[in-house]
Design a protein around this ligand. Structure first.
Ligand code: QAP
Ligand code: CO
Length: 232
């Protein structure tokens, strides 16, 4: 089987790249040089015309921007670990928050906790806006007050394909630290409130399926395990 030369990479092929291994499998053999080279755009690709070097650059951008974080899935025991407080908001914590937001938008989801990407730190991100233009980063979030009761169909990126009704407090007052390291308080209600509560639960090793009957939880567990075996 002859690999296609780089000059034959078609725009259509690009649409099918969605993660690193997929990228490497499909394109490693076709690449005239290392696509992780940050200076790629400044090189003239051997035996590639201008149009194809544009394509390679697009491929590189997609490759570099695709999320590098893997989301753990129920019933993975690492989802049960309790996250530790962050004492200083360093650059790498800010980077981590940004990467989590990218992974969340890419999923797509409305909330993600560090625990879900196997980082045991008290960091959550969410964006419940329609336009997906209101990212919220909460470090060491803590609920100070809660009131009321609300029912929501909840889902979870770590429990793909399952949605169930969960009852939680309706309004919350919370304190947290922002991306710049500044402490603040905020009130939340509606979907934002539910999402923040759901994500804080993750930091304590708790999942929305824990609010369901054990029969329902076991069924979800069985179905997910089966699905995970098939995709491996
Ligand atoms: C938590 O969950 C949440 O099953 C965030 O196949 C959800 O972003 C709080 C998702 C709902 C309150 C209400 C789930 C994506 C996303 C799936 C999510 C799926 C694909 C879940
Ligand atoms: Co979740």
């Amino acid at each position: 089987m002859n690999p296609e030369p780089a000059t034959m990479i078609r725009p259509k092929t690009i649409e099918r790249v969605f993660n690193i291994s997929d990228f490497l499998m499909k394109f490693a053999v076709y690449c005239p040089r290392d696509l992780s080279d940050p200076d790629l755009e400044h090189h003239t690709l051997p035996s590639a015309n201008t149009q194809n070097s544009d394509l390679l650059l697009q491929l590189k951008c997609q490759f570099m921007s695709s999320s590098m974080l893997t989301i753990l899935e129920f019933p993975d025991s690492r989802l049960r670990k309790k996250a530790l407080s962050i004492d200083t908001v360093t650059g790498s914590i800010a980077d981590m928050a940004d990467q989590m937001l990218s992974a969340m938008y890419e999923a797509p989801g409305i909330g993600l906790a560090a625990t879900q990407v196997n980082v045991q730190k008290r960091l959550i991100v969410c964006d419940v806006s329609e336009e997906k233009d209101a990212p919220l980063i909460l470090i060491n979030p803590k609920i100070l007050e809660q009131s009321g009761e609300t029912e929501t169909q909840e889902g979870c990126l770590s429990v793909p394909g399952f949605y169930e009704t969960v009852i939680r407090p309706e309004k919350i007052l919370l304190e947290a630290i922002d991306r710049e390291g500044n402490p603040f308080q905020m009130e939340a209600e509606g979907l934002m409130s539910v999402c923040i509560q759901h994500e804080i639960d993750h930091l304590d090793g708790k999942l929305f399926v824990d609010y369901l009957s054990s029969a329902k939880r076991q069924l979800i567990r069985k179905k997910l395990l089966k699905q995970q075996k098939l995709s491996r």
